[in-house]
Write a protein that binds this ligand. Structure first.
Ligand SMILES: NC(=O)c1ccc[n+]([C@@H]2O[C@H](COP(=O)([O-])OP(=O)(O)OC[C@H]3O[C@@H](n4cnc5c(N)ncnc54)[C@H](OP(=O)(O)O)[C@@H]3O)[C@@H](O)[C@H]2O)c1
Length: 331
């Protein structure tokens, strides 16, 4: 294992301008080395493997609201002009960090840590972290979406029926669009809706009763062809489809299906100012239920208790992981 003193390589971090996050700066930090000695009971971690998914852009877009810019601060060694936290910040991505050095007795050398990792080669020192063993790339790519779906299935969809704004839209017997089937089984029919680019993959997963294209000009006709009558319940789950497809489908289906409910999980990749991002959220909030994994997690832990929640989640994750997603190949 390396020691703090032996790490002399100049680290590089990714820095984004908070309001223009489509371009990045890779900033070397020569004054960060040599690193100070590691405090007792600590770990020195360096990001090893990151997932690049649509989610990275969500964190950039809504970082000001959910404090994602505050998870890993600009370090004191960041040079001008990037040292101004009102304008610049660091984002992170789900993935794995390797242990470079440790003074913590409960952690074996060579461990890897799962979490929201900073982007760059600057090590971070941490204490009190949980350990889980997993297929690293698979977990980096799918674990957060898996946990979001797990939480939605168990702690949101059932209870939606009793929330005042959606009491007519109970999900039992509903047709789900853009969604994966979970343990919350009372779904009558599950339809995936994807771009032409992703359609073959989505069909190949075998998870859906039917797969439609987001290019369809008449979503209501698609549902009619599936034999779904106007009295049925429809739940549209938007995972951030391209070109405002979620809104287009909702606008087309709402007048036809009185029992219609839209859940917003993701948002289209766009570089928006804080004001515009808030306006988008507010617009969705007036007509849809906005899904927030963090809030669901807090609720679930309150209901189950932390230990039981994580035991059940781990069991479900292992079984999902064992089965895998058909067609998802990681090299
Ligand atoms: N609400 C929450 O608490 C929560 C929690 C976790 C994740 N999320 C959100 O859920 C969404 C999906 O998460 P993910 O990161 O796992 O997504 P992902 O797998 O990277 O992408 C999901 C799909 O987005 C579509 N897409 C749209 N624009 C794209 C582009 N420019 N490049 C590539 N694909 C694009 C693709 O489908 P098509 O080809 O069919 O368009 C793709 O298959 C994200 O918006 C994420 O932020 C929300």
């Amino acid at each position: 294992m390396e020691t703090m003193a032996s790490i002399t390589e100049v680290p590089v971090i990714q820095v984004l301008e908070k309001e223009h996050y489509f371009s990045q700066a890779l900033v070397p930090l020569p004054s960060a080395v040599p690193y100070p000695p590691l405090a007792p009971s600590s770990l020195l971690l360096r990001t090893k493997l990151l997932a690049l998914t649509v989610n990275n852009f969500t964190y950039a877009k809504l970082g000001f609201l959910a404090h994602w810019w505050d998870v890993h601060y600009l370090s004191a060694s960041t040079p001008a002009p990037y040292d101004d936290p009102s304008k610049y910040g660091r984002l992170s991505a789900w993935g794995w960090a390797e242990v470079l050095e440790l003074t913590h007795t409960g952690v074996p050398a060579g461990s890897f840590f799962w979490g929201y990792q900073p982007i760059g080669t600057l090590p971070q020192d941490l204490t009190n972290i949980n350990i889980r063993a997993d297929g690293p790339a698979y977990a980096a790519l799918t674990r957060i979406m898996f946990e979001t779906a797990y939480l939605m299935n168990r702690y949101a969809l059932g209870s939606l029926a009793s929330t005042p704004s959606t009491k007519e839209a109970g999900t039992r017997g509903a047709t789900f669009l853009l969604c994966t089937r979970g343990d919350n089984e009372p779904v009558a029919q599950l339809t995936g809706v994807s771009s032409e680019y992703s359609k073959a993959f989505v069909e190949g997963t075998g998870l859906y009763d039917m797969v439609a294209s987001t290019a369809e000009s008449s979503p209501a006709e698609v549902l009619a062809k599936m034999g779904i009558s106007e009295s049925e319940k429809i739940v549209l789950v938007d995972f951030g489809g391209r070109a405002k497809v979620g809104i287009t489908w909702a606008t087309a289906l709402r007048p036809v299906y009185p029992n219609f409910l839209m859940l917003c999980v993701g948002y289209e990749i766009l570089e928006l100012s804080e004001t515009d991002a808030l306006a988008v959220l507010q617009a969705y909030g007036t007509t849809s239920v906005i899904v927030n994994m963090g809030e669901l997690l807090d609720q679930a832990i309150k209901i189950e208790g932390e230990v039981k929640y994580y035991e059940n989640l781990q069991r479900a994750w292992e079984s999902f992981h064992k089965e895998g997603i058909k067609g998802l190949e990681i090299r």
